[in-house]
Design a protein around this ligand. Structure first.
Ligand SMILES: NC(=O)c1ccc[n+]([C@@H]2O[C@H](COP(=O)([O-])OP(=O)(O)OC[C@H]3O[C@@H](n4cnc5c(N)ncnc54)[C@H](O)[C@@H]3O)[C@@H](O)[C@H]2O)c1
Length: 346
């Protein structure tokens, strides 16, 4: 992909909303690494996050209140990195205020809320709105996509995909569990989007999911698990198998495999940190990427660059709101299947 010439456009003035674990990373990318972007404002209800912004970012207007940021007429786009349960309403409010929207995944935990966002976006077709399925911008996933489009593996009919985090003994995600939507909407939602993207956007017909609590008993009260597996049957004989885990010993082990009628492609089968191979008394091995951010740092940057280019060109880039709605529909069905022990027909 050649980057469009952005020098002809005024910088896109962006307000980043939410400066937690991931919001800080997005804000730094937008401030220092994305041509054509200007970090104009930040928003957080927390003093310590605003203090962090003062030290780590170029001067930006500060807001504690999202509604006040939306009233700022010198902001063109909002960048939502807030808890998932807030996304839908915040997107609707941003569109009504005339702002372009980048929002982290998932679009919403609730299907009716997703539909409400799509209706609002249809009323504002001049505004860009996308959801942060950043794997679409990872160079290896992108290369696999291009090779599939070129027919390298024939007709792709199956995806095996996993999102597996290193175990965090402090259980950060257990505190996150009341608002995350559970392992399938929080983690597998990425694999769902990857599967639909690589298989040509099929609709899902039926899903089955199962899970277990291997280490983190605190998840039980939220009906969540720390390891989950699922099968998804799509229309036209396409299939996906998903695995999500919060308990890997070795690091973030995230990857996908696509199987076609004339071959297969695998992305990230060995989740290696770098190209160093260690040979010692334990054998031959490599170190693993510790976190999702170490694995997808470039993808987050390229996704931000692509959003700015999309606003300048008026052409959609990345996952559409409709893609994100489908991911929530399937993620919700997986959750229902986990709860009931039954296959769910969509
Ligand atoms: N793409 C990925 O792989 C990926 C990875 C991690 C997180 N995420 C998504 O990013 C989002 C944030 O996750 P996180 O890990 O950074 O969470 P976090 O809890 O660390 O951060 C959430 C932030 O939102 C702020 N906030 C809360 N209520 C707010 C409000 N009403 N207005 C403005 N700000 C508010 C908090 O102060 C905090 O800064 C989630 O939706 C999550 O699903 C995506």
């Amino acid at each position: 992909m050649t980057a469009p010439d952005l020098s002809a456009h005024a910088p896109l003035r962006i307000g980043v909303v939410g400066l937690g674990r991931l919001g800080k990373r997005h804000a730094q990318n937008l401030a220092y690494r994305v041509r054509g972007a200007a970090l104009a404002a930040v928003c957080s209800p927390l003093d310590e996050e605003l203090a962090w912004a003062r030290g780590a970012l170029p001067a930006a207007r500060e807001y504690r209140d999202y509604a006040a940021l939306l009233d700022d007429r010198e902001i063109d786009a909002v960048w939502l990195v807030t808890p998932s349960a807030l996304h839908a309403q915040q997107i609707v409010d941003a569109l009504r205020a005339g702002k372009h929207v980048f929002c982290e995944k998932p679009l919403s935990l609730d299907l009716a809320e997703c539909e409400r966002v799509l209706r609002e976006a249809q009323r504002q077709p001049h505004l860009q709105a996308t959801i942060g399925f950043m794997r679409r911008f990872d160079p290896s996933y992108r290369d696999a996509y291009d090779k599939i489009q070129a027919g390298l593996i024939g007709r792709p009919f199956m995806v095996r995909s996993q999102t597996c985090d290193q175990n965090d003994p402090d259980g950060f995600f257990v505190r996150f569990a009341p608002t995350s939507g559970g392992i399938f909407l929080d983690c597998t939602v990425h694999d769902i989007d990857v599967a639909r993207w690589l298989l040509g956007k099929p609709n899902a017909k039926r899903v089955y999911a199962a899970g277990t609590v291997a280490l983190h008993d605190g998840l039980r009260e939220f009906g969540d698990v720390d390891n989950g597996v699922a099968i998804c049957e799509f229309e036209h004989g396409r299939l996906a198998m998903f695995y999500a885990s919060r308990t890997m010993a070795h690091g973030n082990d995230t990857g996908s495999e696509v199987i076609g009628t004339a071959g297969s492609l695998a992305v990230g089968r060995n989740p290696r940190l770098n190209r160093v191979e260690i040979a010692d008394v334990h054998g031959v091995r490599n170190e693993c990427t510790p976190t999702f951010f170490d694995r997808f740092e470039d993808a987050f940057l390229y996704e931000a660059q692509a959003f700015v280019a999309a606003v300048q060109s008026g052409e959609q880039s990345g996952a559409t709101l409709a893609d994100a709605l489908e991911a929530t529909r399937i993620g919700n069905a997986l959750r229902r299947s986990l709860e009931t022990g039954q296959a769910v027909t969509l």
